[in-house]
Design a protein around this ligand. Sequence first.
Ligand SMILES: C[S@@+](CC[C@H](N)C(=O)[O-])C[C@H]1O[C@@H](n2cnc3c(N)ncnc32)[C@H](O)[C@@H]1O
Length: 285
Amino acid sequence: MSTENLQEVVKQKYGTAAKQVAAGGVASCGGGGELSCCDPITKDLYDGSQISTLPPEAVAASLGCGNPTALAKLQPGETVLDLGSGGGIDVLLSAKRVGPAGKAYGLDMTDEMLALARENQKKAGVENVEFLKGAIENIPLPENSVDVIISNCVINLSGDKDCVLREAFRVLKPGGRLAISDVVVRGEVPVAIRKSVELWVGCVAGALEEFEYRDKLFSAGFEDIDIEPTRVYRVEQARDFLSAAGLDVDKVAPLIDGKFMSAFVRATKPASRASVVGPSCRVAE
Ligand SMILES: C[S@@+](CC[C@H](N)C(=O)[O-])C[C@H]1O[C@@H](n2cnc3c(N)ncnc32)[C@H](O)[C@@H]1O
């Protein structure tokens, strides 16, 4: 599938999820649908004290696989950018951490998600937040303008991850941090089986293998790269979904058990490397 076609599929899927929340429901990531695919991935990511301060619709729209704001060590006055901000949960939490002297941007390409996020911002009454429309492969911000990039379960959806990481590097200030939650695969998994597990997780494009992730970060220019598992998924959690997809679960279990994980991915833009070029990737939107 081309990057443009993939983006259309992703927009439709998350547009539907946003409409579910706007109609008073809870977002579902689609993949396992009626088999409650997403629970082990999206549930209990935030502690009560964090979510009690947010509009219920921002919490209901949460489709992440981690809690990057808790791990990113955000400081007052910093500028934060959330790639694929969805209903805005991590942007609103970041805005609190960076305070009125800081700013939190959310970037998303799906109109329905942007509308929901802006509504949530209004309900939360926060002013140091701005939701931008655009693709994470073509970030609508200038070079060297952001202290911290966060993201929650979005990079795996991109058809051009090199481009996303180059763009993240471009907009970060020298010394800026990348602090993202994402689904990562550990080791080789046969393609057909991998596709079924990714559908369970809710991904459309595909999670990176952890060493491939490190290589791509390194190639984009990052240093101090670290990938830390936050949840490792067991085959039992996906048994019903994988059986319904026609897989002999007992047979494939050794190939997938413990190989898919949610992880916290950290990296830094070297303090000596200001970006001097314009946008590094052009993808149709
Ligand atoms: C899995 S949801 C995560 C939303 C949010 N980060 C959260 O934790 O709830 C993915 C979001 O990323 C957006 N998205 C996916 N691919 C994108 C891309 N290439 N450019 C911009 N936004 C994208 C979708 O529209 C959707 O809102």
